[in-house]
Design a protein around this ligand. Structure first.
Ligand SMILES: [Zn+2]
Length: 242
């Protein structure tokens, strides 16, 4: 049995038995890892706080036959502010579910971890949660290599584009029934170019009116859905709230 430290954030929990749970940690250098936390759901468990969703910290684990067992947790940040109101929590939950469903197992991407942490911090502190959310989703798509081409129509090269599909912009003539697409406006295209080109530190520093922010959010979800083929349940919940 070897002991090691995993630095990361709890993105998912699955209950097991009466009082145990498995947590999925999105971890530095190793990506998504499943860890068994014995008795973590008991009220007096030493793991109670350390295994809650959004907990970022150092997880000390014992490894045996390829399985990880939680030994202790040093919490760095618990993102407690996310629980202040239901909107903030719903956005945070949406971020975790997207990471869980879009990042393949065995893929480690430290920039994605940094993006998630920065986005959760911004979510707690910023009023404009829609902007934080859309930016997080589109930057994630960019890091995973699925960002659409935003130059001209991807089929004919024409400049007059009013729609977007998973590959990129489309003109009216190139719309096809079998290729899913959504509408896109010029200010939204500009914002997407900014998000793709800008580093995490300043990627949230732009303005967009509410109408186009909503469009940006819809396009972000559209790209997640078309590229990864998975429904994000927390998106429906979020849409009903807003
Ligand atoms: Zn075209």
């Amino acid at each position: 049995m070897t002991i090691s430290t995993i630095r990361g954030i709890v993105i998912k929990e699955t209950f097991s038995g009466d009082s145990d749970k498995y947590i999925i940690i999105f971890a530095k250098d190793i990506g998504k890892v499943s860890v068994f936390a014995k008795g973590a759901r008991k009220l007096k468990s030493k793991f109670l706080a350390g295994t809650a969703l959004f907990t970022y910290g150092d997880f000390i684990v014992k490894e045996s036959r390829g399985k990880y067992y939680l030994d202790s947790v040093d919490i760095i940040e618990n993102f407690y502010g996310l629980r202040n109101d239901i909107f903030t929590l719903a956005y945070g939950t949406y971020f975790l579910e997207i990471i869980d469903k879009s990042v393949p197992n065995g893929i480690s991407e430290n920039l994605l971890l940094l993006l998630l942490l920065k986005s959760l911090q911004k979510l707690v502190k910023t009023e404009n949660k829609e902007l934080i959310s859309s930016t997080f989703v589109l930057k994630l798509i960019s890091f995973l290599g699925f960002f659409p081409s935003l130059k001209n129509c991807v089929y004919c090269g024409k400049q007059d584009t009013k729609y977007i599909c998973a590959e990129g912009l489309l003109c009216e003539k190139c719309l096809k029934k079998e290729v899913p697409f959504v509408k896109i406006s010029s200010p939204t295209i500009e914002a997407m170019i900014y998000i793709e080109m800008t580093s995490i530190d300043s990627v949230f520093n732009y303005n967009l009116t509410s109408k186009y922010l909503k469009e940006l959010g819809r396009i972000g979800y559209f790209l997640v859905y078309t590229n990864f083929g998975k429904e994000i349940k927390s998106y429906e919940f979020l849409k009903n709230l807003c």
